[in-house]
Design a protein around this ligand. Structure first.
Ligand SMILES: [Zn+2]
Length: 64
């Protein structure tokens, strides 16, 4: 019985795409993230212009 206790399961889990508490990238608030792709809290998601990062002026400067 060779028991290796060198591994850190908790660290490995943190790298996985598991739901856990994370800090919002925008407001640094700790929120419940459903996965690794979820890095912004719902409040910030609800607000506009979180995807582009740039405030989009609607109707203006949208010419080709
Ligand atoms: Zn936020």
């Amino acid at each position: 019985m060779t028991a290796r206790a060198d591994q850190e399961p908790s660290q490995a889990e943190a790298r996985k795409d598991v739901p856990q508490e994370r800090h919002c990238l925008r407001c640094c608030t700790v929120f419940w993230s459903e996965g690794f792709g979820e890095r912004i809290c719902r409040r910030c998601k609800g607000s506009n212009a979180w995807r582009n990062g740039v405030s989009v002026s609607q109707g203006a400067a949208r010419r080709r």
